[in-house]
Ligand binder design. Structure first.
Ligand code: ADP
Length: 302
């Protein structure tokens, strides 16, 4: 059983020839409404690869709430702990994509911003009964920390995908989890900030340079560290040994949900087998598959 605490959004995507300038009104050439949010995406990915998944979070009291929950249920995710929240909108992302694939995104946290420690306390029993708790940083930090505390007291494994990195300082004990799985940018931001360096550290190009970053992340308290390296695959460090898994060769057309597909599939396999290496291989395969169609569509058709 996987428990996911996190964000649930509706992405409103307008396609335009160019991005609008300040004060300009443009006519879109296309529109799509797609359920998003890192928490919800990871819950769906874990469910689509066969896990029993419970989503914990909040939606607003608006026209979008019902479709968000319906779509999650259609993907097999249990939603009885997704709470309606009075007087706020559901989480929204307003996205404009231009013909040359530039984008502009405004995220409205809405109900996601109301997931606090008291909300998480209501979910304590559900969290304690899971095999794996999967967390991201698209809801307020106190909720993330409280969920981690409840899970760890109950002996539930905790995976943290530290994305997106908030502007506020990150408490040191946030990283004391069983597994952390940042992408390259996030890994550098965490290491940079804790080392009190400038977070704009030069991007290491070589796998060996990433090994050094993984070791620094491990020192911050995470038992196992994975850095996802896009089309270079993933790097895994368990505190003793490094392992690099190349990405599966695919014709990638949309990598937007690759990180979420990876985290969800990894959590699913880890809960099912207790074999972390197998879980990482599986995550790496499913993440590659996810890039062959938009969003998580490729996982639905398998
Ligand atoms: P994020 O989407 O969070 O930025 P990455 O870009 O690192 O994360 O992608 C996550 C994982 O998705 C990678 O570790 C890899 O397994 C897979 N992946 C991403 N891009 C590709 C690609 N072009 N070909 C194959 N696999 C990919």
């Amino acid at each position: 059983k996987i428990v996911v605490l996190g964000s649930i959004n509706m992405d409103l995507i307008a396609r335009c020839h160019a991005l609008p300038l300040a004060g300009q009104t443009l006519t879109a050439t296309g529109f799509q409404q797609i359920r998003g949010g890192k928490g919800a995406n990871q819950a769906v990915a874990a469910s689509l690869v066969g896990s029993s998944v419970r989503m914990l979070g909040r939606v607003g009291e608006d026209g979008l709430a019902a479709s968000l929950i319906d779509e999650l249920k259609q993907d097999g995710v249990h939603c009885s702990q997704v709470l309606p929240t009075p007087n706020v909108s559901s989480g929204l992302a307003m996205i404009t994509v231009s013909d040359d694939a530039e984008n502009q995104i405004v995220v409205i946290p809405g109900a996601n911003a109301h997931v606090d420690a008291a909300t998480v306390d209501q979910f304590a029993d559900v969290i304690s009964m899971g095999d794996v708790l999967l967390l991201q940083l698209e809801i307020p930090l106190p909720a993330v920390l409280r969920a981690k505390e409840i899970a760890q007291a109950a002996g539930v494994r905790v995976i943290l995908d530290p994305a997106p990195i908030p502007a506020t300082p990150l408490p040191a004990d946030l990283f004391e989890v069983d597994l952390i799985c940042p992408n390259e940018t996030e890994a550098l931001e965490i290491v940079g900030r804790h080392a009190k360096q400038n977070a704009t550290a030069a991007q290491p190009q070589e796998i060996t340079a990433w090994q050094n970053v993984a070791e620094q992340l491990h020192q911050q308290g995470s038992r196992n560290v994975i850095i996802t390296l896009g089309k270079q695959g993933v790097l895994f460090f368990d505190g003793n040994q490094h392992q690099h898994l190349s990405a599966q060769p695919v014709d990638a057309i949309d990598t937007t949900c690759a990180g979420d597909a990876f985290a969800g599939a990894l959590a699913a396999k880890w809960a099912a087998t207790n074999d972390l290496i197998k879980a990482i291989e599986f995550g790496n395969q499913i993440a590659a598959l996810s890039t062959t169609a938009t969003g998580l569509t490729a996982l639905r058709t398998e």
